[in-house]
Design a protein around this ligand. Structure first.
Ligand SMILES: [Zn+2]
Length: 584
């Protein structure tokens, strides 16, 4: 490669690597960068080996920079690319289908209060809410709590869900609880029975299954409506035990999907044995999902149902019932599956872990529940932006925590004040300090008006020394003889280091000198101006250390950035500070 091409190419690689890095927490990934370069500069495809080597070298250089440095370079050299990114950020949702056909757009989110909500619920909530807002419509919260046996609702979760929605800023305009509406479902069940569009099946489940698989009606199906109304009354009066009678909605027995054929709509439950937490044993006949949701969607005038594609078969089932009742089915958007690598989004695993005592509470930092994300300092706006970014597309999406963190960082970075937290501290004694130093540490580098912390370092004793807490990771025996810089203070040379203490001597004052020799900049806390601090990490381990004493003035729920450590949410301020780790 000629020198000229190589310089030009190198610059292009640098730009690509930087842009890739800022999208991935400051760490560019070689693979995508190679792909992009060879895609845009096909002439280098014959020199893949050389180009790849160059790319991996540049990626290494880029990754050695902090994210802020990376952003600064891009802003300086290619400001237009950031503007493009910004425009992409403010992306809006695609329009709803046939929105013009409706006077008022109505959407709903309908959770079963049998567990707290987690990140996996965010898409349905945010999209349904956002669309209602977009069209000046109505967003409904509907608790689907009609299975006191297998998906038993729990009273505290009704409130948890309300809180979660409020926190996400997706407050509903109306709220309904299905267990309050049982008589409504009875009314429509009766109408379906009376019109011969449903029947009470008293067959053994096995017998029914055999017949339905063979496209054959069971013996109940063709009895006259009077017989079914009589059986229905018997159901309501307790004449059938659990499992002895099911109301089925008639469908085409030749429907290609056997799961659609004559689907079950209401059944008998032994609520003496499985009382409902809200209505106890008042009802023995309970609607199943498709009857309750289908009836409600119509009565609540839902215009657009936004939900996962696993509901496609339910739509087919419900459409049969809608035809019987002469109703028009709402518009539907069925989005693809959303997987978040590293996050357990299985309700049953969360519930099981709680039952077994693996998790202390619903906001255990290992969980992806909204309660846990809230406690960690993940901003609800970050969740909203991420979900709007993904939108309602039908293809499956795999996300990582990093995708959420990237949004969260953009929100927190400008608002979080900065402090020093020294994890695994050791005492560093610095001698031969020639004079008094005053360190002014801005609470936020881009917003000097927010103020600063000031530390006056007064050399004492015959060795003119001062003591600092620094992290053992920054000052260990491998650093003996190296020059480090205490951020915003001065440069020093490490003389000795053990597990518990280290000695250093003053080297020089200027930042430029530290930069020229690429000295590492480390954070510190003056001994005597400190407070103990613990940070609960996402894996539930606890990082112990020392924070600046001024952190006593922080308040619960403040989100701050511990420099070179990460963003944390202040959980408790006492003699010891307790924080929860959000992200890098
Ligand atoms: Zn039957």
């Amino acid at each position: 490669m000629t020198e000229k091409i190589s310089t030009e190419l190198k610059e292009f690689i640098r730009k690509t690597a930087l842009l890739n890095a800022v999208k991935h927490e400051g760490k560019a990934q070689t693979g995508p960068v190679v792909g992009k370069i060879l895609g845009e500069k096909p002439e280098y495809r014959t020199k893949v080996k050389e180009v790849s080597e160059l790319i991996s070298k540049v990626v290494q250089e880029v990754n050695a920079l902090s994210l802020n440095e990376q952003l600064r370079i891009i802003e300086e050299k290619w400001p237009e690319t950031l503007a493009k990114e910004k425009a992409r950020e403010e992306r809006h949702l695609p329009p709803l289908p046939n929105a013009a056909n409706y006077k008022r757009i109505v959407t709903r989110y309908s959770p079963n209060p049998d567990c707290v909500l987690h990140l996996g619920s965010a898409r349905a909530i945010v999209l349904s809410h956002e669309y209602a807002r977009m069209y000046n419509g109505t967003f409904i919260l509907r608790f689907e709590d009609t299975d006191p046996k297998l998906k038993r609702p729990v009273l505290e979760f009704y409130d948890c869900i309300r809180e979660d929605l409020a926190w996400l800023e997706c407050k509903p305009d109306e709220e309904y609880i299905q267990s309050d509406r049982i008589s409504i479902y009875y009314e429509y069940a009766e109408k379906l029975l009376r019109d011969g569009n449903a029947y009470v099946c008293t067959c053994q489940p096995e017998e029914f299954r055999k017949r339905i698989l063979a496209h054959k009606p069971c013996e109940c199906r063709d009895c006259p409506p009077e017989e079914h109304l009589a059986r229905w009354r018997r159901m309501l009066e307790g004449g059938y035990a659990e499992g002895e009678a099911v109301v089925r909605v008639k469908t085409d027995l030749n429907h290609p999907n056997p799961a659609v054929r004559d689907w079950p709509a209401l059944r008998v439950l032994d609520t003496e044995k499985y009382p409902h937490p809200r209505v106890g044993s008042k009802y023995r006949v309970w609607p199943l999902y498709n009857l309750a949701a289908g009836v409600d969607d119509h009565l609540m005038r839902i215009t657009h149902i936004i939900r996962g594609k696993e509901h496609l078969t339910n739509q087919v089932r419900q459409e049969c019932m809608y035809r019987h009742l002469g109703w028009t089915y709402p518009e539907t958007i069925h989005y693809g599956r959303l997987k978040i690598t590293g996050a357990s989004l299985s309700k049953s695993k969360i519930v099981q872990g709680m039952r077994e005592g693996l998790y202390k509470d619903w906001d255990d930092p290992r969980l992806a529940t909204f309660a846990a994300l809230r406690r960690r300092g993940i901003s609800p706006e970050a969740i909203r932006r991420l979900m709007i970014d993904i939108g309602p597309k039908t293809s499956d999406v795999v996300l990582s925590w990093e995708n959420l963190y990237a949004h969260n960082r953009k929100i927190l970075d400008p608002i979080a004040n900065r402090y020093f937290f020294v994890q695994n501290p050791i005492e560093l004694s610095v001698k031969r300090i020639p004079k008094e130093f005053v360190a002014r540490l801005h609470l936020h580098p881009d917003n000097p008006e927010r103020g600063f912390r000031e530390y006056t370092i007064v050399p004492r004793g015959k060795e003119n020394s001062a003591a600092f807490w620094v992290s053992r990771k920054d000052v260990d025996s491998s650093k003996i003889g190296t020059v480090l810089r205490l951020m915003e203070l001065f440069n020093l040379k490490i003389l000795s280091a053990s597990l518990y203490a280290a000695q250093a001597s003053f080297e020089s004052e200027s930042y430029e000198q530290a930069r020229d020799i690429k000295a590492q900049l480390i954070h510190w806390v003056p001994v005597g101006e400190d407070m103990p601090c613990q940070v609960v990490m996402p894996d539930a381990t606890v990082a112990e250390g020392i924070a600046e004493g001024v952190c006593k003035g922080l308040k619960k729920d403040d989100v701050v950035q511990f420099e070179r450590f990460g963003f944390v949410r202040i959980d408790r301020v006492a003699d010891k500070l307790t924080a929860y780790y959000a992200q890098k």
